[in-house]
Design a protein around this ligand. Structure first.
Ligand code: SF4
Length: 286
């Protein structure tokens, strides 16, 4: 998942901060677990370079070896940091879970303060809080804010409910040799088929590392090619190969020669394959 928020802090300009609904959550059942809401530059895949409002939801159903968002893995009470002016990191800190309406207002404040491309529901795994995530996406959609889900591509039932409110899906396809997360390719196939059948603009991100098993990469790319062939009326999804950024248990990135080889291998099976590293980290947005 992209973009963290601990850098880029700027002192406030003295402007009056917009107000946010501070209504306390009525309880676990009525709130949504959110780590942070902030404005940042998308650093990955199709929308790289676009300004987005990010909503980082707490909780993830898998554990990738290279995960750079360890603080977002557990769906549990904690701080909910809401940026009040785009890019200032002038946090207002509430207690998560928070009412969905509070999150919608926080997104809307940033959205109205600066032109943004869309809102990104990220995590953690944003589809894990299925009902609340649907509620959030529907509310943003009702305000004409395009919504993107950055997802690990494993929760098919949640996607079926969420898809009517999504404009974009950025879906990971996990390779066991890199992620060590135990995700079945059949699950990811069902997820991609569902996204494409729903008519949501969808692309696929595959993290590659120095120990990537070429046969796993082949199978993943073949899966995308078959899914694309089943939807002849839709633009075929682009596959983005993302060289892993060393973090946590992963200490080395693939060599340039390996990355060239991975793309060459993938292109021989499927025409739409690009390589995009995590550009937000290259500019210090971490
Ligand atoms: S799916 Fe994303 S948030 Fe979940 S463990 Fe993997 S990298 Fe981390």
């Amino acid at each position: 998942m992209p973009v963290s928020t601990s850098t880029l802090g700027e002192p406030g300009s003295g402007e009056t901060a917009p107000s946010i609904d501070r209504t306390p959550a009525a309880g676990v059942e009525t709130g949504i677990y959110v780590c942070e809401v902030f404005s940042a530059i998308q650093g990955e895949a199709m929308l790289v370079g676009e300004r987005q409002v990010f909503v980082r939801l707490a909780g993830c159903n898998i554990r990738c070896a290279y995960c750079d968002q360890p603080e977002a893995l557990e769906r549990q009470p904690g701080p909910c940091m809401l940026e009040r002016r785009p890019g200032r990191r002038d946090w207002e800190v509430l207690a998560s879970p928070v009412p969905v309406a509070t999150v919608v207002d926080a997104v809307d404040i940033l959205w109205r303060a600066l032109p943004h491309h869309s809102a990104s529901l990220t995590g953690g795994e944003p589809l894990m809080q299925m009902g609340r995530t649907v509620e959030l996406a529907a509310a943003l959609h009702a305000r004409s804010i395009p919504v993107m889900a950055e997802t690990n591509g494993t929760l098919v039932g949640a996607l079926e409910r969420l898809a009517p409110f999504l404009s974009f899906v950025s879906m990971d396809v996990k390779l066991p040799s890199v992620d060590d997360a135990g995700v079945a390719l059949a699950t990811q196939r069902a997820f991609l088929d569902t996204a494409l059948a729903a008519g949501v603009a969808t692309w696929v991100k595959i993290v590659v590392g120095p120990v990537t098993d070429p046969s796993e990469l082949d199978a993943a790319v073949d899966m995308v090619a078959v899914a694309a062939s089943r939807q002849p009326g839709s633009p075929p999804p682009v596959v983005f190969l993302q060289p892993v950024t060393p973090f946590a248990a992963v200490t080395t990135a693939p060599s340039p020669g390996q990355v060239l080889g991975f793309q060459e291998r993938a292109l021989r099976r499927y025409r739409r394959v690009r390589v995009v590293p995590q550009t937000h980290k290259a500019i210090g947005q971490r």
